[in-house]
Write a protein that binds this ligand. Structure first.
Ligand code: NDP
Length: 612
């Protein structure tokens, strides 16, 4: 039986941690230990967090060695070092060269040397990992050309180059041997980084306990909201609402309609119309292709809906059976999540989401294990994100508009209902028109596809986001034109901020050298990507959330101020985006380290300027 190694380093201890794929060791702090994977979570001085194997972690004094006399003056050695792939910038070394020591450690040569402070590097000049580029530090250029060349060797990532300059590395291998090991090391690094990304070191949403409660809390909340909204007195003070008999909540017809709707959308998704674009490169190095045809699908849906209305199909069914439809959608999303969880055990390990592989069934089921589950070219997450739920929301809103006319005996819908329908239609059309922009969002790039997203996409969005329209059916609110115009102005401002911010980031991520963005200031990061620090992203750190929240308020205001229920969306959405912002911030700090801190220093507010 394999013996489990004991934990040799404690949390908070400073140790030397090997940088994956190199022989370089840096001072790192142990932040945790995973017994099942036997990996240490460590934090580098630049803020980078990784999981390291026991063998890649050494005590702090491990490299303290006796001084050796002198190979320091060897010119040959000096030259050979300057071309070493693991080469870092060296200080003036002609006479008072930094300490250089040598020691046998497990048959390997140890060397240690002092390094100067980080020198400026123009990351924008790097186009790919094979590029050679030169520091523009004039003083150095004059001093020694060889020393000034930062050679980005094939096996070395940009992150390593910067990290090399951020700390004191210790090279465990004789330099003459290094060339031989380049290829092996590259493969080893890829494997190790992949393996490390497999196990989720930390858990969000309160871990497995939080996930467990969310799985039940979300459907219960939605059912209660819909029940309360249907009451004449839609006050939260009259909580709990009367609970209908269980058998009335279930309708096979509603499930049939939902499944047909889902399949109809899937059919539209498969139509070979619209261009095919590439998503952003994933952590495993792969890039997936996506067909962009959601807007066409919407037009076809609208035509089908128009034909149905022309043939006197009664959309009031939606209002009469909203709860049953929502429950059918819940059952469907639960079954889909189970399918997704089961199939995730059959996919290659590098296709798992970074956050959905904690080892806890409940947590992983909730968060989603697989990053981009696909059946052949059919991308389940990408499909669910924008189509059945978002378009379903529009159809539900329309059904509620007809219901309002019928319940209140109106010839035309109320101004409030028209505003709610129009604002939300604009939001959906915008998402469908800018379909490709979703490819750079957290949902696609980072989150797995599990219960959280299936429920969110298929149930929460269409049934909770239509709460204002549902409320207006039974709670009329007559709006004057000046008030309506003020609300329209608010929605327009929100939309401009939301769209401007999302488009700017999307364009920048797709092509950082886009001439249209040349006026924007950026901060380089160790990953090779830059961060926008002016324009919308210099205003607050999440301007797109700000715009979204302004719009959310504009969607609730037409419902008046009698009850708080129609404001549920804006309250919930504020909490969601504040939490989401914190999650994203955490991820970005891990990804970008010091560069992210620099960004935060320059752009002080997260979402609301001068407030938060
Ligand atoms: P974002 O589109 O805000 O993406 C966050 C990512 O953007 C970061 O992880 C980072 O990724 C990149 N980024 C952050 N700061 C910068 C910067 N300064 N310069 C360049 N890139 C930066 O995330 P979301 O997916 O959360 O939101 C997308 C949209 O969807 C938003 O408008 C949001 O309001 C909306 N939304 C709506 C919901 C709804 O229910 N209606 C729910 C959730 C979101 P990297 O650097 O890796 O590219």
């Amino acid at each position: 039986m394999k013996r489990m190694p004991a934990k040799n380093f404690s949390d908070g201890e400073m140790v030397m941690g090997r940088w994956p794929g190199s022989h370089l060791y840096y001072e790192v702090q142990v932040t945790g230990y995973n017994k099942s994977t036997q990996l240490y979570a460590v934090k580098y001085k630049d803020g980078t967090e990784l999981n390291l194997k026991e063998s890649d972690v050494k005590p702090l004094n491990y490299f303290r060695t006796k001084k050796t006399p002198s190979r320091s003056s060897s010119r040959q050695r000096s030259r050979s070092r300057s071309h070493s792939p693991a080469r870092t910038q060296t200080p003036k070394r002609s006479t008072s060269r930094g300490r250089e020591t040598k020691k046998r450690v497990q048959k390997e040569e140890v060397q240690k040397e002092e390094l100067p402070a980080v020198k400026p590097v123009h990351w924008e000049n790097i186009t790919n990992s094979k590029t050679t580029y030169v520091s523009d530090n004039k003083e150095e250029k004059e001093e020694n050309n060889t020393k000034n060349i930062y050679r980005v060797v094939e096996h070395k990532t940009r992150r390593e180059i910067v990290t090399d300059q951020l700390g004191l590395p210790y090279n465990l291998r004789a330099r003459k041997e290094e060339g031989k090991h380049i290829e092996l090391e590259r493969k080893d690094a890829c494997l190790r980084v992949k393996k490390q990304s497999l196990q989720t070191p930390e858990r969000e949403f309160g871990g497995r306990v939080g996930a467990f409660f969310m799985i039940f809390l979300l459907p219960v909340t939605l059912i209660l909201l819909l029940l309360m909204c249907a009451e004449d007195n839609a006050s939260i003070l009259s909580f709990p609402p009367p609970i209908p008999a269980l058998q009335t909540l279930w309708s096979s017809t509603a499930l049939g309609i939902f499944v047909l709707w889902f399949l109809f959308q899937a059919l539209l998704y498969l139509l070979p119309i619209g261009k095919v674009v590439e998503g952003v490169p994933l952590a495993n190095g792969k890039t997936l292709k996506y067909r962009i045809n959601a807007f066409y699908a919407f037009l076809l849906c609208a035509a089908a809906l128009g034909a149905a209305l022309y043939n006197e199909v009664n959309l009031s069914y939606i209002y009469d059976n909203l709860l049953q439809l929502a429950i059918a959608a819940m059952v469907f999303s639960l079954l889909l999540s189970i399918y997704l969880y089961v199939r995730s055990w059959r996919v290659p390990a590098d296709e798992l989401a970074p956050g959905g592989n904690s080892g806890s069934f409940v947590y992983d089921f909730f968060i989603g294990r697989e990053l981009n589950p696909r059946i052949k070219n059919f991308d389940l997450k990408y499909f669910c994100e924008l189509r059945p739920g978002l378009m379903g929301w529009v159809v539900i809103n329309l059904g509620l508009l007809f219901a309002e006319m019928s319940v209140q005996g109106r010839d035309i819908p109320s101004l409030a209902m028209i505003l709610v329908n129009s604002f939300q239609l604009l939001y959906v059309l915008d998402a469908l028109w800018n379909e490709a922009a979703i490819l750079t969002t957290m949902d696609i790039v980072h989150d797995g596809f599990g219960y959280m997203l299936t429920f969110g996409d298929l149930v929460w969005v269409p049934f909770a986001y239509s709460l204002q329209a549902f409320y207006l059916v039974n709670h009329p609110n007559e709006l004057s034109w000046p008030v309506a115009l003020a609300i329209i102005a608010l929605n327009t401002v929100g939309y401009i901020v939301f769209r401007g911010a999302n488009s700017q980031k999307n364009a920048f991520r797709r092509n950082p050298h886009d001439p249209k963005l040349a006026h924007l200031k950026t901060i380089p990061t160790a990953t090779g990507k830059s961060l926008l620090v002016s324009g919308w992203w210099g205003f607050v750190r999440h301007p797109n959330y700000l715009g979204d929240l302004i719009m959310a308020l504009a969607w609730s205001l037409p419902c008046g101020f009698t009850h708080i229920l129609p404001y549920f969306y804006v309250i919930y959405f504020t909490c969601l985006l504040i939490h989401r912002e914190a999650r994203d911030e955490h991820q970005c700090r891990k990804k970008y380290g010091v560069a992210w801190n620099q960004y935060c220093q320059q752009v002080r507010y997260r979402i609301f300027p001068y407030i938060y």
